[in-house]
Design a protein around this ligand. Structure first.
Ligand code: AMP
Ligand code: MG
Length: 408
């Protein structure tokens, strides 16, 4: 049977970054940059003071007194332009962030000077405090014009927004957020706000998958529930194929009403794989439909809630990252130290719901008590999953194993 890594490679080979759009900077948080951005001007854009104090020139050191007297020609606050240059005998009182006067190559912090507010026309400065390039930043000192600032594929965080604002980038080219349609299947399903009837269960996969899609910053589209009959299923699947990604839940196993694979093929979706060597999630189905203007990735997720959850985290989230334009991280991203023994049963790799936390500055992982793929309740204690290999058998405290957080 196909391994998880091989299945993931097949999924990623089909997932292609989508088209671009331009958004205003104020709405660009968490969007993915579509193009590299270089600095359009120097930063800082002018020579500036880094301290409140006095702007002077080191040529004042020709005066060999231990304490040198200056006359103060003006005070320059941030945002103002100095009227005077500095000379060997004159200083400019200056505030943090203000443009330096011409010929200044040193700012002496006010607390190092002998200065009295009642006689602001003069200041005395110990010569030891006067040295070249002290407490100032030259134009371009942080970045010269044309320096690479952000790369395509960056998911914009607040510090990136600030850097873009500093350089006047009011409109940003970003990747369009993919749309993810979710279609639950099953005659037994009732809506989560409906009372239960005999034999029915609530449709928990739809809100879960919509939430997972939202946490991937995709645009979720709820299609509701398709009944386990070919006509209803086909009609709803055709609606779902209008989107970048279609997630079906249920109907991909070997039951008499597991109609999803055959209805997908009759809708023109090409199967790429059906079945992956993993627990939970073995019946996972994956295929694509190449239409004129878009390719839809179709995931037939097994109906058991934890199977759906795990398959989304392993496969769908990775695909969405790629479609969204984000650079792929290596998978798995993290390892953690096991803090509870664990025995792997069966012969498939187990993606075990687990609580990942930090202890003594290191990631540790605690598998939660779990009764298999239908035991959704157990997952509320977990914030991720740990991979346990069947060839390893008994795991002990302290073993280091791969883990995934269930989030972006
Ligand atoms: P299936 O893959 O359709 O055979 O479903 C496997 C199990 O998952 C069955 O017990 C279903 O009742 C359950 N199941 C299927 N779809 C959902 C859903 N949307 N929400 C919660 N449980 C589901
Ligand atoms: Mg079913």
């Amino acid at each position: 049977m196909l391994s998880v890594n091989d299945a993931l490679a097949l999924v990623l080979a089909e997932a292609m970054p989508g088209v671009h759009e331009t958004v205003s900077l104020t709405t660009a948080l968490s969007r993915v940059l579509a193009a590299d951005i270089a600095t359009p001007h120097d930063s800082p854009p002018f020579d500036k003071a880094l301290m409140d104090g006095f702007a002077v020139t080191t040529s004042a050191l020709v005066n060999d007194c231990e304490i040198i007297d200056f006359s103060v020609t003006e005070t320059v606050t941030a945002g103002r332009v100095p009227a005077n240059r500095v000379t060997a005998t004159t200083a400019v009182r200056i505030m943090t962030g203000a443009l330096l006067p011409a010929d200044c190559d040193c700012v002496v912090p006010v607390e190092r000077c002998q200065f009295d507010e009642s006689t602001p026309q003069s200041v005395a400065i110990p010569r030891a405090e006067i040295f070249a390039e002290a407490n100032l930043m030259r134009q371009g000192g942080a970045a010269q014009r044309g320096t690479p600032l952000l790369n395509a594929g960056t998911r914009l965080q607040p510090q990136h927004i600030a850097a873009l604002a500093e350089f006047g980038q009011a409109h940003i080219k970003v990747c369009v957020r993919p749309t993810v349609a979710v279609l639950a299947t099953g005659d037994e399903l009732v809506a989560f706000d409906a009372p239960l009837r005999a034999g029915a269960i609530r449709n928990s996969n739809e809100p879960m998958l919509l939430a997972q899609a939202m946490s991937s910053l995709a645009v979720p589209v709820a299609l509701g529930v398709a009944q386990d009959n070919v006509d209803d299923l086909k009609q709803q699947i055709l609606r779902g194929l209008q989107h970048d990604v279609l997630l079906l839940s249920g109907g991909v196993s070997a039951g008499t009403l597991d109609l999803v694979p055959r209805v997908l093929s009759s809708a023109g979706v090409q199967c790429i794989f059906h079945g992956v060597d993993m627990k939970p999630g073995k019946p996972l189905w994956f295929g694509t439909l190449q239409a004129k203007h878009r390719k839809t990735l179709v995931f037939g997720l097994p109906g058991n809630p934890v199977s759906s959850l795990v398959c989304f985290e392993l496969f769908v989230r990775s695909a969405l990252r790629k479609i969204s334009g984000i650079e792929q991280p290596p998978s798995p991203c993290l390892t953690a130290r096991l803090i509870r023994p664990f025995l792997v049963k069966g012969n498939r790799p187990v993606y075990q719901p687990a609580e990942i936390s930090i202890s003594d500055g290191q990631l540790v992982v605690r598998p939660v008590a779990w009764n298999g793929s239908s035991d959704l309740k157990a997952t509320v204690e977990a914030n991720g999953m740990a991979l346990m290999s069947p060839t390893h058998g008994q795991y002990n405290d302290g073993d280091v194993i791969p883990v995934w957080y269930w989030r972006e």
